[in-house]
Design a protein around this ligand. Structure first.
Ligand code: SF4
Ligand code: SF4
Length: 414
C-alpha cells in the first residue's frame, strides 16, 4: 500500500515536504535495497538517520506497517555497509555504544567525573575563562546543554528490595535505566515510592543493565540481543508480576524482546513472557487500580507532552492523563500537538541538532499557549530536551515526570 496517510504525521516530511523524508519514501528506499534494486549508499544511510524514529507513522498507518522493525533493520543495514564510516564517527560509536553503554558501571564512572566537573567549580571556571570560545560552535552548544548529573544515583536512593506499604499484593522489578539513573534518579525513587504505596514489593538491584534501545536504534542489532539476554537473566520474568519501566523510550524497546530474540531457541519463549511482563509505570498503576492521593501540595495548571515511544510505541495515551487528573488540585490542560515529537528522539538532538531545535521551539510555543506552569512527560529524553529549551528561552516552567507529581501528592497526605 502507498496510501500516504502517514505523511501528515511525519515531522521530517512536514518540515521539508520531500517524499524521501517521509515514511512512504523511506520504506520505498528500504524496499529497493531489500529487492536488490539499490545498493546501500550514503544517501540511504543519511535518510535513515534523518528519521526521528518517533513512530508517529505507525499510529497513522491503516495497514499496520511495522515501521519500528523496518527502521531498526535499515539502520543495521546502513551500519553493516559502512557507508557512513569515518575515523571520528567510528571512534565515537566504539566509545559510546560498544563500551560506555555496554556496562553501566562505566557510565556511572563518567557520570561521577562530570559531577565533579560541575560541582567543584571547574565548569564555572572553564566557562568564565573564555576558553570555550576556541571550540567549534557545535561543541560549544553541546557544552552549554550538558545535563546536570544527580548528586546520588538510584542505588543510593532505593534499597535493593523495598517492602510494600501495607499488604503486599504484587512483586515487581523496577528498571532504573541509564540516562534516567544519572540524570533523573529522583524519578526512580518516586516510582519506587508510588509502587510501594500501591501494594507492590519493589526489587531494584543496584547493578543494572542497559535495555539496549540505544544499540537497536543505532544499527547494533547483535549488541541489543546480547543486552536483552542479560536483562532476562537479571530479571527472570517468571519471578515477577511485572517488570516496570518509567522511561517511554526504554519501555517501548523492552516490550519487543520477542522480535529481537525470535531466532534464539534458548531465549525465545522467555522473551515472549518477558514482553508480557514489561509494563510502563502508568499502565501498571492503572491496571492495579492505584489509589488517588488525598491531597495536593498546591493548586496548579499542568499540561502533558506525550513521549513518542510511550504513545506511538506503546500506545500508552490515557493512563498518564488519568494519573494527572487523579491528583487533587492539579488542573490538566491539553497540549496542542501533544504527540508531536519534541526533537529529543534518543540521541537525535545530538546528531541532527537543526531539526531537533526546530521541533523543540514548536513544542515550547504550544506549551506556552496552554498557560500551564508545569509540563509533565514520561521519558528522560523528553525531560532533558524540554529542560534545555526552558533554560535557553528563560521560561518559568517546571518540567517533571507525572510520577513525581503523584509521589509528591502522596507525601502530602495526612
Ligand atoms: S518514525 Fe517519525 S520521522 Fe521517521 S518516518 Fe515515521 S513519522 Fe517520520
Ligand atoms: S506506511 Fe502505512 S500509511 Fe504510510 S503509505 Fe504505507 S500503508 Fe500508507
Amino acid at each position: 500500500m502507498h496510501c500516504g496517510l502517514c505523511l501528515p504525521t511525519c515531522p521530517t516530511y512536514d518540515a521539508t515536504k520531500l517524499e524521501r523524508n517521509s515514511p512512504r519514501g523511506r520504506i520505498s528506499l528500504m524496499r529497493a535495497i531489500a529487492d536488490g534494486q539499490l545498493e546501500p549508499s550514503k544517501v540511504f544511510a543519511d535518510e535513515m538517520y534523518f528519521c526521528l524514529g518517533c513512530l508517529a507513522c505507525m499510529t497513522a498507518c491503516p495497514a499496520g506497517v511495522n515501521y519500528a522493525e523496518l527502521f531498526e533493520h535499515a539502520r543495521a543495514e546502513a551500519e553493516a555497509s559502512r557507508v557512513l564510516a569515518s575515523p571520528k564517527r567510528n571512534l565515537i560509536r566504539i566509545f559510546a555504544i560498544r563500551w560506555l553503554f555496554m556496562d553501566l558501571k562505566r557510565l556511572r564512572f563518567v557520570g561521577r567525573l562530570l559531577r565533579l566537573y560541575q560541582r567543584f567549580g571547574f565548569q564555572k571556571l572553564i566557562r568564565s575563562s573564555g576558553i570555550l570560545k576556541l571550540l567549534p560552535k557545535r561543541l560549544r552548544e553541546l557544552e552549554a546543554s550538558t545535563p546536570e548529573v544527580c548528586t546520588q544515583f538510584s542505588a543510593q536512593l532505593i534499597a535493593a528490595i523495598t517492602p510494600a506499604i501495607g499488604k503486599k499484593k504484587y512483586c515487581v522489578a523496577l528498571l532504573t535505566g541509564c540516562a534516567q539513573d544519572l540524570l533523573f534518579s529522583d524519578v526512580n525513587r518516586d516510582t519506587a515510592e508510588v509502587l510501594t504505596r500501591n501494594g507492590c514489593e519493589v526489587v531494584t538491584p543496584p547493578e543494572q543493565i542497559c535495555c539496549g534501545s540505544l544499540h537497536a536504534h543505532n544499527g547494533e542489532w547483535e549488541l541489543a540481543q546480547a543486552l536483552a539476554r542479560r536483562q532476562i537473566e537479571q530479571f527472570p520474568p517468571e519471578q515477577f508480576d511485572a517488570i516496570i519501566s518509567n522511561a517511554g523510550g526504554c519501555g517501548s524497546h523492552l516490550k519487543h524482546y520477542r522480535a529481537l530474540l525470535a531466532d534464539d531457541p534458548a531465549y525465545r519463549d522467555r522473551a515472549v513472557l518477558w514482553d508480557k511482563k514489561v509494563k510502563d509505570v502508568h499502565e501498571w498503576l492503572l491496571e492495579i487500580g492505584a489509589q488517588s492521593p488525598a491531597s495536593c501540595p498546591t493548586n496548579q495548571v499542568v499540561t502533558y507532552h506525550e513521549s513518542c515511544h510511550l504513545c506511538h510505541g506503546q500506545k500508552i495515551i490515557s493512563q498518564p492523563r488519568q494519573i494527572l487528573r487523579s491528583i487533587p488540585g492539579l488542573q490538566l490542560v491539553e497540549l496542542p500537538e501533544s504527540s508531536w515529537c519534541c526533537g529529543s528522539a534518543g540521541i537525535y538532538n545530538l546528531i541532527q541538532p537543526e531539526m531537533a531545535n526546530q521541533l523543540l521551539k514548536r513544542k515550547l510555543k504550544h506549551i506556552q499557549s496552554t498557560g500551564a506552569t508545569i509540563v509533565a512527560t514520561g521519558n528522560p529524553g523528553c525531560l532533558l530536551q524540554l529542560l534545555n529549551g526552558t533554560k535557553q528561552q528563560g521560561l518559568h516552567l517546571r518540567v517533571v515526570h507525572p510520577i513525581t507529581l503523584l509521589a509528591e501528592a502522596y507525601r502530602q497526605e495526612p
